[in-house]
Design a protein around this ligand. Structure first.
Ligand code: WTA
Length: 659
C-alpha cells in the first residue's frame, strides 16, 4: 500500500477508535443478545450445558462440573459420546451426507480434493479398521507427523472413532522433536507421508520421519501416505505400511464409534514451556468438543451452509480446534490449504477466498503483517465479497494491522474477532462476540460469557484500568486442559501455583501472559511473561533453543531472547560464547543455525547469532535477559551499573545487526 493511502486510512480509522458490529452481520449472527453475559454469569456452571447441547450424547451427563478434586476438574460427569460420531455420522444421519466436509486445496494450483461427509465418514471408517488391524487399541497414543493433507484429519477422526488419543507433531518440527514426543507419550504408532510441496518443490518428509524413528526407544508401526506419487520414491520397511494399500484392504469397512467417557482423553498436544522439555497437554472428549463447538458457533458464527477457512496448520492447536473439531462438529465445510500464502503469487489466499466463496477467514497477525507489506493490490485483484467474518489468533495484533485487515480484506463490513487463547485452554477465551460487542483494534475484548479472566498484580490483586499486570482465569471452563500427560505435579506447578490459595481451595489458572484492562473490561494481551518466545504465532521455549545451541561443538554458553520483528512479531536472538580456539570460526554460525534446525525445526532458526566473549551478568551471576532483549531491539539501555561486567554491554550492542 502506498504511503498516502495508508495515511488516509489512519486518519479515518484513528487509534483508540472502536467499531460497532456491521448491521448486515448482526442481522444473521448466531449470537446477538448482549444478555448472554449476564445469563452465563448467573447460571454458572450450568450455563455450560449450552455448549454440551451442541453435541449428541450417547448417555447424558449427571453433573456439569465436578470440582471436588480441583484443579483436576471434571466436566459433564458420566456423559458418554464419541467425537468422530459427532463430527461425521450425525450429519450423515441427518441427510447431509452429500454436503462438503473438507475442501482441500493443494499447493499446485491444479490439485484440489473435495470430501463430502459421506466420503469422509467412509475413509475414516476404513482407516479406523486399518489402525485396529495394526494393533491399535483404545487409549493407545497414535502420533501423526503430517503436513496439510486430508489424510491428517482422516487419521485424527479415525483415532477418535476407536478411542485412541492422537498426538499430532507439526510437520515443520525436526526428527529429534518427533522422537522426543513419541518417547514421552510411549506412542507405538506413527502416521506420516512421503513428502509435500513447498513453493513448487517436492520436499522429502519421510527421511525426516525415519530419522526421528531412529531415536524412538521402542518399536513403532508406521503408516506412510503417498502424497507425492512418482515425484518421490521410498522403500517401506516391514513395519511400515502404505496408506492406500491399507485403505484398499479395508474398503467399505464399517467401524462402530466406541463409547467414550466425557473425561476420556481425545488427544495430546505438545507445547513449549519454560523448561527444555515440551509439555504434553491433555484434552478430553466431552469438555473439549463442547467448548470448541460452542466457540465456533458463538465467535466464528459458523453455520452448516458456510465455507469456513482457518489458514493455520493442523499441527498446532488452532488447526485442531478450528479446522477439524469445531467446524466439523457443526457440520460446515472447512477449507484446508497445503501451501504458503505467496505461492505461486502473493494473491493465493485471495484467489482461494474468491474461488470457494469463503465466508469466514481465521488467520494470524504475522500473516496479516505480510499481506500489508505486499500491498492491497493483491486482495484487490479478487472478489472477496463472500466474506462475512474475519478472525485472528496467536499473538497480539497491532491496531494498524487490525485496521488494514478490516478495511482491505473485510471491506469494513466484516467484524474482526481478535481471539486470545492457548493450547492449554482448548478454545477461545477472550474476544468480542461478533454480533454483540463493539471492537477495539489492538484489544482482544472482554472474556467470553462464562469465562472469568482478570488482570492482577504480583499479589493477585486486580490492577487499575490501563496498568500492566498478569492475566489470570479464576473459574474453570469445559475446554481446559485436564493435566500434563503423566505429570500431574508439573501441571500444578506450571499453571496453578502462582496465584491459587490452596488452603482455601481457591484455584486460579495462570496462562503466563501479561495484559492490561480498560474501563469497559476489554483486555489487551501484551505477551508472554515466561521464557517463551512467540515467533510468527508459534511458541518456542528459550531453553529449548539454548540447549540446542550449547550442543554444537565449539559453543561454551548461550542465551536466547526474543527481539521485536516487523513480520514475525518476535524473532530469536542468540548470544553465544565460544570455547577457546573457536573465536572467529566462520563455520560456527552456520553450524549453530543447523543445530537449532535439527533439534527443533526451521521455525526456531535464530534471526541473529551474536558472538561475545562474555554475557552481561548480575553480581550473583544471573544472565540479564532483559538487557539482551533491549540490545536486540536497539532500545535504550538503562542503568547497567549493577552488572558484574558492565563494559561488555557496548561491545555486544555494537555487534547486533552485523551479520
Ligand atoms: C499468544 C495459540 C495476544 C499468548 C492459540 C498465548 C495471543 C500464546 C493471542 C498461546 C491474541 C494467542 N492476542 N496474544 N489474540 N492469541 N496469543 O499455545 O501469548 O500456540 O499465551 O495457542 O499465544 O500460544 P498457543
Amino acid at each position: 500500500m502506498s504511503e498516502e493511502s495508508e495515511g488516509e486510512l489512519e486518519a479515518r480509522l484513528p487509534e483508540g477508535e472502536s467499531f460497532e458490529p456491521p448491521e448486515s452481520f448482526v442481522e444473521q449472527a448466531n449470537v446477538t443478545d448482549e444478555s448472554i453475559y449476564e445469563e452465563f454469569a448467573e447460571n454458572w456452571p450450568d450455563c455450560w450445558e449450552r455448549a454440551a447441547d451442541m453435541l449428541d450424547w450417547e448417555e447424558p451427563y449427571d453433573q456439569v462440573l465436578d470440582d471436588g478434586d480441583a484443579p483436576f476438574y471434571e466436566w459433564f460427569v458420566d456423559g458418554k459420546l464419541n467425537a468422530s460420531y459427532n463430527c461425521l455420522d450425525r450429519h450423515v444421519e441427518a441427510g447431509r451426507g452429500d454436503e462438503v466436509a473438507i475442501e482441500w486445496v493443494g499447493e499446485p494450483t491444479d490439485e484440489t480434493r473435495t470430501y463430502t461427509y459421506d466420503e469422509l465418514l467412509d475413509e475414516v471408517q476404513e482407516f479406523a479398521a486399518a489402525l485396529r488391524d495394526l494393533g491399535v487399541e483404545e487409549d493407545d497414543v497414535v502420533t501423526m507427523y503430517m503436513p496439510m493433507i486430508p489424510e491428517l484429519p482422516v487419521a485424527m477422526l479415525a483415532c477418535a472413532r476407536i478411542g485412541a488419543p492422537h498426538s499430532v507433531v507439526f510437520a515443520g518440527f525436526s526428527a529429534d522433536a518427533l522422537a522426543t514426543r513419541m518417547n514421552s507419550a510411549d506412542s507405538e504408532y506413527l502416521v506420516t507421508c512421503d513428502g509435500y510441496y513447498r513453493r513448487g518443490d517436492p520436499l522429502d518428509h519421510k527421511d525426516k520421519a525415519d530419522e526421528g524413528l531412529g531415536g524412538v526407544d521402542h518399536g513403532v508401526e508406521t503408516v506412510v501416505v503417498d502424497r507425492l506419487g512418482d515425484e518421490l520414491e521410498h522403500d517401506l520397511d516391514d513395519d511400515q505400511h502404505d496408506y492406500d494399500d491399507l485403505i484398499g484392504d479395508h474398503a467399505g469397512a464399517e467401524v462402530e464409534p466406541v463409547t467414550r467417557d466425557a473425561e476420556d482423553m481425545l488427544f495430546l498436544m505438545y507445547t513449549s514451556g519454560t523448561t527444555g522439555k515440551p509439555k504434553g497437554v491433555k484434552h478430553t472428549t466431552g469438555g473439549y468438543l463442547s467448548y470448541v463447538s460452542w466457540t465456533s458457533h458463538a465467535v466464528l458464527d459458523i453455520k452448516p451452509e458456510d465455507t469456513y477457512w482457518c489458514s493455520a496448520d493442523i499441527g498446532w492447536i488452532t488447526g485442531h480446534s478450528y479446522i477439524v473439531y469445531g467446524p466439523l462438529a457443526l457440520g460446515t465445510s472447512t477449507v484446508m490449504y497445503e501451501g504458503t500464502p505467496d505461492y505461486p503469487d502473493k494473491d493465493r489466499l485471495w484467489e482461494i477466498v474468491d474461488d470457494y466463496d469463503v465466508t469466514q477467514l481465521y488467520t494470524a497477525p504475522t500473516a496479516i503483517r505480510a499481506f500489508m507489506k505486499w500491498g492491497k493490490e493483491y486482495p484487490d485483484q479478487h472478489d472477496l465479497s463472500s466474506l462475512r467474518l474475519l478472525g485472528t489468533v496467536g499473538e497480539p495484533i497491532n491496531p494498524r494491522a487490525w485496521k488494514w485487515y478490516y478495511k482491505h480484506i473485510g471491506d469494513e463490513s466484516c467484524p474482526v474477532v481478535d481471539t486470545w487463547w492457548q493450547t492449554e485452554t482448548g478454545g477461545m477465551m477472550i474476544t468480542t462476540l461478533p454480533g454483540v460487542g463493539e471492537m477495539k483494534p489492538g484489544s482482544a475484548g472482554p472474556p467470553l460469557p462464562g469465562i472469568s479472566a482478570n488482570v492482577v498484580d504480583m499479589n493477585g490483586d486486580e490492577v487499575e484500568p490501563g496498568e500492566a499486570g498478569y492475566l489470570t482465569v479464576d473459574k474453570p471452563w469445559p475446554g481446559m486442559l485436564r493435566t500434563l500427560y503423566q505429570n500431574d505435579e508439573r501441571f500444578i506447578e506450571e499453571y496453578w501455583q502462582e496465584y491459587s490459595d490452596e488452603d482455601a481451595d481457591e484455584w486460579v489458572y495462570f496462562p503466563e501472559d501479561g495484559a492490561k484492562i480498560d474501563d469497559d473490561g476489554y483486555i489487551t494481551v501484551l505477551g508472554r511473561v515466561d521464557d517463551v518466545i512467540n515467533v510468527s504465532g508459534h511458541r518456542l521455549g528459550t531453553m529449548e533453543v539454548e540447549s540446542a545451541i550449547v550442543g554444537v561443538e565449539g559453543v561454551a554458553e548461550a542465551a536466547v531472547v526474543g527481539g521485536d520483528h516487523d513480520l514475525k512479531g518476535e524473532a530469536v536472538y542468540a548470544y553465544v560464547i565460544t570455547e577457546d580456539g573457536y573465536e572467529g570460526d566462520d563455520d560456527l554460525r552456520e553450524r549453530i543455525i543447523e543445530g537449532v534446525e535439527d533439534a527443533i525445526g526451521p521455525i526456531a532458526r535464530p534471526e541473529e547469532v551474536i558472538f561475545s566473549p562474555e554475557l552481561p551478568k548480575t553480581r550473583s551471576g544471573k544472565i540479564m535477559r532483559r538487557l539482551l532483549e533491549d540490545i536486540a531491539n536497539g532500545d535504550e539501555l538503562g542503568n547497567t551499573s549493577t552488572l558484574r561486567n558492565p563494559d561488555i554491554v557496548d561491545d555486544i550492542a555494537g555487534k547486533v545487526g552485523e551479520d
